[in-house]
Design a protein around this ligand. Sequence first.
Ligand code: WQD
Length: 336
Amino acid sequence: MKKILVTGGLGYIGSHTVVELQNKGYEVVVIDNLSNSKLEVKKRIERITGKPFELLVGDVNDPNVLEQLFSKSSFDGVIHFAAFKAVGESVDFPIKYYQNNVSGLITLLAAMDKYETKNLIFSSSCTVYGTVKDLPVNENSPIQEAESPYGTTKILCEEILQDYVKHKPLNVILLRYFNPVGAHPSSEIGELPLGVPNNLVPFITQTAAGIREKITVFGNDYNTIDGTCVRDYIHVVDLADAHVKALEFAESMSTSIDVFNIGTGNGNTVLEVIKAFEQANEMKLNYQIGARRAGDVEQIWADTTKVSNVLGWNARYNLNDMMKHAWKWQENLENN
Ligand code: WQD
């Protein structure tokens, strides 16, 4: 049985990926420092799959913790999620983001090098494209200056990996996520935003639950069909499945590094998402139009030709599914 180390495996995308890995027969080991997740997520994952897994509560920035992991297990691959991802926070604390996101990757690479681990799946983001003129965006689109230190860390990590594989034997796959939303259909796991959500969909579900009074739509004067920004929202379970497909591909890839956009290929405006939530869950949401949010790009959605042709992966869930599962998860949170 192939053994995979998942860093940040109790987080939002990490936990859904652990479920898909276990369902596909992989043995999983998780390292997570619980900075953006909870210990109880472990038992929730195990309730879904019926399979226990090893968890080490620790930080990928700590070489001693990684030594403890790699000296004990021979990993066929690593999926690296452990990183900070709040755009706004990164503007206020850039050093914290460089330290955690970039140095964390370097510390992990050192351990993988020492123990000759061959495959790495890296969690990147469509943020690296910045504002794109030619849409949908494909993997050859130029990388542009990031709007935030968070985005800069993703660009720096991609550059380090592009350079590293020229000198060392490692298969690397960069997955550029679009907007992950929704939750596992079982409602056992989902997004656990700390404090006031930055992202649209958790803000919607918390407004629907009465935790927030209303949603503010950040600007309706953009050059889009209804004036609000366009994003490519992708169900987190589809995104998790893409990681398993990438792992299967990594072992057979002819080049040492490859990159894939992981989106649905569809763009939706903020108002369309709000309407989809209302229709999927038969309720009305309280929202107002407010000022634009600094750093927002007007519109972006993925060209998914490459991931479909090369990895044989396509998103299965539609926006209605995403909104249904997001709400079911929020209701489950309220009841537990
Ligand atoms: C989506 C749209 C907002 C909240 C970010 C990161 C990206 C990735 C996903 C990590 C935008 C609008 C939002 C609200 C609103 N994270 N909005 N009212 O900014 O596209 O992407 O999260 O990988 O890297 O940049 O996602 O959900 O914050 O915003 O109108 O209360 O919803 O303006 O147009 P974003 P988001």
